[in-house]
Design a protein around this ligand. Structure first.
Ligand code: MN3
Length: 202
């Protein structure tokens, strides 16, 4: 079964008022994400070791294997982008109660969490991701990863929320101002309901 582009859980115009325009989603979801999936399907077709595996299994299987770098890059990008679309909402920015309690417990305050989450994204050199994870020790942590990497393979924890810091994620809306994109994303676009649901699912 070939991998397919997941449908966005909102219209391509739905995030415009919050600071992510239709053109950004059109290119990022329709072109960039689709390109990773097309490339991945081509690689799976040529490699029997990958056939019959789930996306998560392919990401784990190809991690740190020098001869499978293109497989890891394209499968990781597919997985990460699939989580990124779910990490956004047209009614984003509001932090629900149970998540807020846990954020205060583990970071000291919601603002301290946001500062740490923003720093992860601003200090990721080049392309990559900033993550909110439930770490193996039961605490919420923020982390970052380059390119196609994900906490799913590094053992840093379960993914609750993620944003993309590659320029295609923000250049149309914020030009070169990555910190402004991140601040806006955290305050107006982030789907903290999704993060809380992931947290409660354990
Ligand atoms: Mn991207």
């Amino acid at each position: 079964m070939a991998f397919e582009l997941p449908t966005l859980p909102y219209a391509k115009t739905a995030l415009a008022a919050a600071g992510m325009c239709e053109e950004t989603l059109e290119l990022h979801h329709g072109k960039h994400h689709q390109a990773y999936i097309t490339a991945l399907n081509g690689l799976v077709e040529k490699n029997p070791d990958l056939q019959g595996k789930s996306l998560e299994q392919i990401v784990a299987f190809s991690y740190n294997k020098p001869d499978l770098v293109p497989v890891f890059n394209n499968s990781g990008q597919h997985l990460n982008h699939s989580q990124f679309w779910l990490s956004m909402s047209p009614t984003g920015g509001g932090i629900p109660g149970k998540l807020e309690t846990k954020l205060v417990e583990d970071f000291g305050s919601v603002q301290a969490f946001k500062d740490a989450f923003k720093t992860a994204g601003t200090t990721q050199f080049g392309s990559g991701w900033a993550w909110l994870v439930l770490a193996p020790d039961g605490k919420l942590k923020v982390t970052k990863s380059p390119n196609a990497s994900t906490p799913a393979v590094t053992g840093e924890g379960k993914v609750l929320l993620v944003y993309d810091v590659w320029e295609h994620a923000y250049y149309v809306d914020f030009r070169n101002r990555r910190p402004d994109y991140i601040t806006n994303w955290l305050d107006k676009i982030a789907n903290y309901e999704f993060a809380e649901a992931n947290l409660l699912a354990g």
